[in-house]
Design a protein around this ligand. Structure first.
Ligand code: NDP
Length: 390
C-alpha cells in the first residue's frame, strides 16, 4: 500500500486525484486530505477514503469539520500549523494542489520528509524557486511537475540530455478572450472570464488563463524547474489544447507531447511514475482532429506575458512579489473593485515600486524572506487598488 496525502483535495486537481485513487483503493492508504471552505466535500472524501486526518486551512471551520466527521475514525484539524503537521506525516506520495502561495510552506515541509511531491501548485516554484529545488535535493525527494505543460516537457525529456535542449515551447489555449476585440477587454465580466474554452478548472486559474497570468506563472515555473534560460522558453497559442508542450533539441528535432485536455493524464503520470499504467482518459482520434493550429500571443492582449519576462530577467524574490500582487489583483477583479485589464496594471506598479525600493533581486532565498516579500507585495497591491480605483 502506498501512503498518499492530497493538499487541496476539495479543488479541481484534488478531486481529479481522488478520482484516480478511488478507482484502485487497495493500492492506497490515505494519510491526509486538506481543503479550505468546502467542509462537506472534505469530510465525505476523508470518510470514504478512510483518511487518517482531514484538515481545513480555516480555523473557524474546525467545529463544522468535527461535526461532519462525527462517528468516523478520521481526525479533524485546522489552520496553517495543522497543514504543516499533515505535510510532516510520512507519505510516499503527496499532491500539492492548494491554490496560491499558501501551497508553498506545506510543499516544502513535505519535501523535507523526502517524499515524492506531485506539484500542481505552480506558485511553489514561482515563489520558492531555488529554495524548493534545494530542499528536494537535500532530502532526496522527488519533485514531479503536474501542470500539464511541465509534465509534457518532463515526459519529452525522459532519456534526453538537458544540455542538448535548444528551446522549450509551452502552449496556451488563449483563454476566454483570445478572439475578443481588444477594445472590449476593459469591460468583460467575472462570469465571462470564468469560462474556459477547453479545460474545466478552478475559478482562479480559469481567470488567470483568460489574462494569461497563468501562462506567465508557467513561463517562470519552466525556467525554475528545468533550469533553462528565459530566452529559450517560448509560449505559443494553440487553441485546440492538444499539444501541451514541445522540446526543441540541438539537432533541430522538436518533440511534442499530445493528450486530451484532461488533468487526470498529468496527475496519473505523476502518480504512477516512473511506470506508465492505463488511465481513464480519452484517446485522441487524429483524423477527426484534422488540424492543429498555432499563433504568437499578442502582448497588448496579454500584458502578463511581458511582465513574466521582466520577472524571469530580474530573478531572486521577484517571482514571489509578482505572484502575491497577482493574487490581490485577481481578488480585486473577482470582487468587482478593478477591471480585467487593471490586473496587469496593478501588478506592474507593484513590481516597479518594489524593484526600486525593496532589493528583491539580491535578498537571500529563505522561507522567511519569501513570506515577507509576499506580505509586502500584497500590501502594495492593496494600496495600488485603493488609491487608483476606489
Ligand atoms: P481550486 O480552486 O479548484 O482548488 C483549490 C484548493 O485549495 C481547494 O481544495 C481549496 O479548498 C484549497 N484552498 C484555497 N485556499 C486555500 C488556502 N488559503 N490554504 C489552503 N488551502 C486552500 O484550484 P485548482 O485545483 O484549479 O488549482 C490548484 C493548483 O493547481 C493551483 O495552483 C493551480 O494553478 C494549479 N493547476 C490547476 C490546474 C487545473 O486544471 N485545475 C492545472 C494545472 C495547475 P476549498 O475548495 O475547500 O475552499
Amino acid at each position: 500500500m502506498r501512503r498518499v496525502t492530497i493538499f487541496g483535495a476539495t479543488g479541481s486537481i484534488g478531486q481529479n486525484t481522488i478520482d484516480l485513487i478511488a478507482r484502485d483503493p487497495e493500492q492506497y492508504d490515505v494519510v491526509a486530505l486538506t481543503g479550505a471552505r468546502n467542509i462537506a466535500q472534505l469530510a465525505n472524501d476523508a470518510i470514504s477514503l478512510r483518511a487518517e486526518v482531514a484538515v481545513t486551512s480555516e480555523p473557524s471551520l474546525l467545529p463544522a469539520l468535527k461535526q461532519a466527521l462525527a462517528g468516523s475514525d478520521v481526525e479533524a484539524a485546522a489552520g496553517p500549523e495543522a497543514l504543516i503537521e499533515a505535510a510532516a506525516r510520512p507519505a510516499d506520495w503527496v499532491m500539492s494542489a492548494i491554490v496560491g502561495a499558501a501551497g508553498l510552506a506545506p510543499g516544502l515541509r513535505a519535501l523535507e520528509q523526502g517524499t515524492c511531491l506531485a506539484l500542481a501548485n505552480k506558485e511553489t516554484l514561482v515563489c520558492g524557486g531555488s529554495l524548493v529545488l534545494r530542499t528536494a535535493r537535500d532530502h532526496k525527494a522527488n519533485l514531479l511537475p503536474v501542470d500539464s505543460e511541465h509534465s509534457a516537457v518532463f515526459q519529452a525529456l525522459v532519456g534526453e540530455n538537458i544540455d542538448a535542449v535548444e528551446r522549450i515551447v509551452i502552449t496556451a489555449s488563449g483563454g476566454a478572450f483570445r478572439d475578443h476585440p481588444i477594445e472590449a477587454l476593459a469591460n468583460v465580466t467575472v462570469a465571462e472570464a470564468s469560462s474556459h474554452p477547453n479545460w474545466d478548472m478552478g475559478q482562479r486559474i480559469t481567470i488567470d488563463s483568460a489574462s494569461m497570468f497563468n501562462k506567465a506563472l508557467e513561463l517562470i515555473e519552466t525556467k525554475e524547474y528545468f533550469g533553462i534560460s528565459p530566452d529559450r522558453i517560448e509560449a505559443v497559442i494553440h487553441p485546440e489544447s492538444l499539444i501541451h508542450a514541445l522540446v526543441g533539441f540541438a539537432d533541430g528535432a522538436l518533440m511534442a507531447h499530445l493528450g486530451p485536455p484532461d488533468m487526470r493524464h498529468a496527475i496519473g503520470y505523476a502518480l504512477n511514475w516512473p511506470e506508465r499504467t492505463e488511465l481513464p482518459v480519452d484517446r485522441l482520434d487524429l483524423a477527426k482532429i484534422g488540424q492543429l493550429t498555432f499563433r504568437d500571443p499578442d502582448l497588448q492582449r496579454y500584458p502578463a506575458l511581458k511582465l513574466a519576462r521582466e520577472v524571469m530577467a530580474a530573478g531572486g524574490l521577484t517571482g514571489a512579489a509578482f505572484n502575491a500582487a497577482k493574487e490581490i489583483a485577481l481578488d480585486g477583479f473577482i470582487d468587482g473593485r478593478i477591471g480585467f485589464l487593471d490586473m496587469a496594471e496593478v501588478v506592474a506598479r507593484v513590481l516597479d515600486r518594489m524593484s526600486s525600493t525593496d532589493g528583491l533581486e539580491n535578498a537571500p532565498f529563505s522561507l522567511d524572506n519569501i513570506l515577507s516579500v509576499d506580505a509586502l507585495a500584497r500590501t502594495r497591491a492593496k494600496e495600488a487598488i485603493a488609491t487608483t480605483y476606489s
